[in-house]
Design a protein around this ligand. Structure first.
Ligand SMILES: *Cc1c(COP(=O)(O)O)cnc(C)c1O
Length: 412
């Protein structure tokens, strides 16, 4: 169970059934959380937001005062972020960048390229060569570095330390650095090393990863007698869907990063979380359409489903939620209600996979009651398969916008 903020609760209760389901974002809660994260980090550690977690314009803008920049992973995200937060630097990462995307990024003058392969490095050099002769394009080489056993065990998604399409294999590191040192690519500047190795790690594991990436980068720099000015240790800070009140230990992480940064005073450290910044500010709210008893278990069918909120299906968890009871029942026939204490919450899709949460403690849950699913601010709407079964799209509500004095805006 997880409790919505008062602003979210009030809005969900005020909406008509036809206005549900709806994504409701509390931008005030987001700003508060982002400010706390920023305050926990040493001042000299840079914080980028990985836009793919949730690129809604209101979300990107709300994070603006607390982040140093945004990490974008496609030409679409690049154009979007450049438009929505034009005053912030962008880092362009992601595998399989097309020539057109690279050209567009060069044209926009993105602050950093996170280069994923030797081929991409040559492609970038070729396209950069067409720019003005004095142009210097800042490059961070993304490497797929080994992860320690301990951090592998804790992670829910490993992008590194094992065979994956991400980053450059360490065996090709020397060849990659030579592209900069042999004088053939005068437009490219090797600024640093990037590694986003795993998702779902707690602070101690994240610190162990950061330390090993920094040590590896320092060795690489020493071996080639080059200066490596920046190390981006990626995102992947854990969000605990089973225990939402247990949040990533930003304070402990900040202390650890301060030690690491002190040990390498010439280095700029950067992190780029997505999920752990925005997951908590978003809610997917809906109403119970029907309650059924089936072969000894209770099921509540809600408006919407995993075509709007695919997160529990992709991650295999129960989305934490809160029931907002509605006491009025305007119909002459009996109101469907759960006979047992535990209810499985499903959506409207004709597939048994359309489950938002299993065996939720919701004694007596009735048709017409409302349910607000939490932790729906990241990898939620934007990773879902919206068109499956052609149900209507949810509404979108952004509460506590800056300067709105508590007023909210809506969009659908
Ligand atoms: C997805 C991604 C992130 C953010 O990961 P989270 O788990 O959302 O923190 C950061 N960097 C890169 C390169 C990514 O692909």
């Amino acid at each position: 169970m997880t409790t919505p903020t008062p602003a979210v609760r009030d809005r969900v209760q005020a909406l008509s059934p036809e206005e549900l389901p709806a994504y409701v974002y509390d931008l005030g809660a987001l700003r508060e959380h982002a400010a706390a994260v920023r305050a926990a980090l040493p001042e000299r550690v840079e914080l980028y937001y990985a836009a793919k977690a949730n690129p809604e314009p209101e979300i990107l803008a709300a994070l603006g005062p607390y982040v140093d920049g945004y990490e974008v992973s496609s030409g679409g995200e690049l154009a979007h972020a450049a438009n929505v937060v034009p005053d912030h630097p962008l880092a362009f990462g992601g595998p399989g960048k097309t020539p057109a995307e690279i050209a567009a990024a060069l044209e926009r003058g993105v602050a950093r390229f996170h280069v994923e392969s030797l081929y991409e490095l040559h492609r970038l050099a070729e396209l950069a060569g067409r720019l003005a002769p004095d142009t210097r394009v800042a490059v961070l080489l993304r490497f797929n570095l080994p992860l320690s056993e301990a951090s592998m065990a804790g992670s829910s998604l490993a992008m590194g330390g094992r065979p994956t399409p991400f980053g450059i294999d360490p065996s090709e590191a020397d060849s990659a650095v030579r592209v900069f040192t042999d004088g053939t690519c005068p437009h490219l500047e090797l600024l640093g090393v990037h590694a986003h190795l795993a998702s779902g790690l707690g602070a101690p594991e994240q610190l162990a990863v950061a330390e090993s990436v920094v040590t590896w980068a320092a060795d690489l720099a020493a071996r080639h007698r080059v200066r490596i000015a920046e190390v981006n240790v990626g995102g992947g800070m854990t969000v605990d869907y089973a225990t939402p009140e247990q949040r990533f230990d930003w304070a402990g992480y900040g202390v650890g990063l301060a030690h690491l940064s002190d040990a390498h005073p010439d280095l700029t450290l950067r992190i780029e979380p997505g999920r752990a910044l925005t997951a908590y500010c978003g809610w997917y709210a809906t109403e119970v359409l029907d309650v059924k008893h089936s072969h000894g278990e209770e099921f509540a069918v809600v408006r919407g489903g995993t075509h709007h909120l695919r997160t529990p299906a992709t991650k295999g968890h129960d989305q934490p939620c809160s029931v907002l009871p509605v006491d009025t029942w305007p119909h002459p026939w009996p109101r469907p209600a759960a006979r047992q204490d535990r209810v499985t919450l499903t959506g409207q899709l004709c597939t048994p996979k359309d489950v938002l949460a299993r065996h939720v403690p919701a004694p007596g849950l009735r048709a017409g009651d409302r349910v607000a699913f939490g932790l729906a601010g990241a990898y939620a709407w934007n990773i879902s398969h919206h068109d499956f079964l052609m149900h209507p799209r949810p509404g979108f509500h952004f509460l506590n916008r800056p300067g709105s004095r508590g007023k909210a805006t809506r969009r659908s």
